[in-house]
Design a protein around this ligand. Sequence first.
Ligand code: GCU
Length: 452
Amino acid sequence: MGKIFQYVLDTTKNSVFYFHFILLDTAPSLCYAFHETRVHVMKTFLTGVIVSLLIGTTGMAQDTASFKGSEVLPELLRSESGLQIKTLDEWKFIRQPELYETFSKEMYGCMPGLPEEIKYTVFESSTNALNGLATRKQITISMVNNAHKTSVDLLLYLPNAARGPAPLFLTLNFKGNHAISDEPEIKICEKKMAPSDKEPYPRADASSRWPLDLILGKGYAVATMARGDIAIDGKGFPTNNVLGLFPELQNRKDNFTTIGAWAWTLSRALDFLEKQPEINPRQVAVLGHSRLGKTALWAGVNDPRFAAVISNDSGAGGAALSRRMMGETIADLCRAFPYWFCQNFQKYVGHDKEMPFDQHQLMALIAPRHIYVASAEDDAWADPEGEFTSLMLANPAFELFGIQAALPATKMPLVNEPVHGHNGYHMRTGKHDLSRYDWENYIEFLDKHFEH
Ligand code: GCU
């Protein structure tokens, strides 16, 4: 049985260069410790060879350090049957479907189709919101499936100064739609966000994360829904939410999960939003912070209508590579938040380094659309370097679409020095948060790609 180990090296050009070698594994039953030692010896040997070959190449030491802990990764461009993926067709018809199936079966769970009934009711609107900057609409999405019912409120701001259909940020929030702004007309979300919540969050409690003046002022529409309105962020299986619409999807190893429900509902919101004449349906970015950044990635993978996917500090189970085991591990995720992932994912607890898939492959599933990953310097729990590296390692999938160096960086950018290519990355100073600086960069990046 052969095992393929993939060593990722920097090149002096702006592209990633893969160096493969095959370890003939004649004794698959050898104990893990021995296996690790052997890999370590091979790595050390290989690094020595490479360093002597490239001696004198500037930045080499730094670049190699960028990949610390991620040298041994499941291959992106080799199919399960061993085929080296060289063409776009091979990617589209062989590798992409099998990777999608892996993430859906093993990690985020299955995704349902449309419910039997879905209705959108605009229950409030004003053309004079945010001091005349925007038009506000509040919409209830009512859904019925198999006699189960639920509803979710969507808050939408449209820029009044737009010259035509506007690009849109579609997002989820942590504390309720009423927590993103102090506008008294915004309906208070009475549903709990998490089981420990006693009462709704105060109005505008999360407004620092939502610089509406900036977003609307730059000509972007923004729409949001609350995580708890869709599915409570906690264990158990309440029936009065989106998960409850599909109880038959629970008793299976690839069950419909909370991240799945959040992502699925983003698509149901998009079904409505893409038909609004004030919105450009080809310029919709799905954005999320932290657990909702994990969700944005999964939503982007599932729904090709999202032209850009923005993951803010999404960390483990999001942009960060699992194999590095820096910050949060799979054991941490599955202990605190087992319901985010499907039952199958539990089997990887303690096996982060042996998983047959990793998050660079998830990123690649979004190609050729735009991805932006952002990290924060003090957010070691989310492993900034792991977030950067996985996005960079998705570049070869974009190359199949003719996009060279989709993320034009081969080493970790410096703090507050964003890299904006076809894909984008930045690490800002500060803590785990969604800040005005993050939004400024998302807008600057999208302005390069979304003409409006
Ligand atoms: C916890 C969790 C992370 C998650 C974060 C958040 O820290 O461990 O995985 O991203 O919460 O959503 O804020």
